[in-house]
Design a protein around this ligand. Sequence first.
Ligand code: PLP
Length: 423
Amino acid sequence: MQTQTFERMESNVRTYSRSFPVVFTKAQNARLTDEEGREYIDFLAGAGTLNYGHNNAHLKEAMIDYLASDGVVHGLDMWTKAKRDYFDTLNELIFKPRGLDYKVHLPGPTGTNAVEAAIRLARVAKGRHNIVTFTNGFHGVTMGALATTGNRKFREATGGIPTQGASFLPYDGYMGEHADTLDYFEKLLGDKSGGLDIPAAVIVETVQGEGGINVASIEWLKRLESICREHDLLLIIDDIQAGCGRTGKFFSFEHAGIKPDMVTNSKSLSGFGLPFAHVLMRPELDQWKPGQYNGTFRGFNLAMVTATAALKKYWSNDTFERDVQRKARIVEERFQTLAKRLSDNGMPATERGRGLMRGIDVVDGDIADAITGKAFEHGLIIETSGQAGEVVKCLCPLTISDEDLIEGLDILEKSVDAVISGR
Ligand SMILES: *Cc1c(COP(=O)(O)O)cnc(C)c1O
């Protein structure tokens, strides 16, 4: 495979191509094909961007029809039929059945654009600068969002400019199983000399994706919501990775029965891997003045066409979410078995996750790399996350066939066994 072109021309900043140094040509649902015709099962799926699989036939057809009819592809944020259809579908299939009432802000098309917009609006709406965020949180790498992102690797890449405007608090479980980390938050809020600038908002992932598949408990999320209500803080759920069905519900916060003031979505929002992001906000928070926040790519019509098709296909009833939950149980059981096998062989490991956002924490980043490296040799694309890359994480397409799911898990098992016997 010819890779010199990339090595010569592509910046060192590249990441995933280092773990999977082949040249891909085709992709279909949970399978990728490289230039030599070798097939791989994809448990990475665009880091949660391809919940409905690669080249989903249903979404592709909607997009091709739209293009064939000369539908508007780019229109800044002008009104288009594609946008109206998307808003109507979002309202009918997602908001109404869940008793939600949100306005939609279309910022630029990436996740970090949505986070920037949400935290800025929170500051404008509340007249306070500070944002509370949590250890191991990942919210993007542009300056505002970066200030709320924990990982030092990204934080140190600003060229020395300090990130500002956020305070970190311990996420659920950070201080061990028996500490409720919200005790600390509540104490700080009530302590005039605790050192915490009263925040405008709290931003949180219900399951931390990049941070290592850390799962906030339902009780913790409920308590966080009530602390926010009591202290007049906005609750922003960053559902960029955990949303769009990943945890088994459309929004990851549905499990906790909470109603955030704002929600950020991106990654699988278009359903097809097209760039698309939005911020959902309670209507009274919409204090933007016309044009106060702009961007050239606000609401990419093609992405709204595929997003609408995805909502209609998968979210008109609960068949899809039940299927996700069924597959999640398969992965959970297999991961528990693998974690036990690793532990029995002197490599302590635990399984965790919610829905099809699952991981095996093997404590040591080198062990995790050895497992994912072996997996790639055997034809499985799977990545790690966590502060030291110590969590092997499964983000397979939610639409994966049972055969591919089992085959991928079998490869992972073989890889774990190879790492155990290589020690
Ligand atoms: C990926 C991600 C982001 C950032 O999205 P980009 O499109 O990479 O800017 C923000 N928050 C969460 C939870 C994410 O997983």
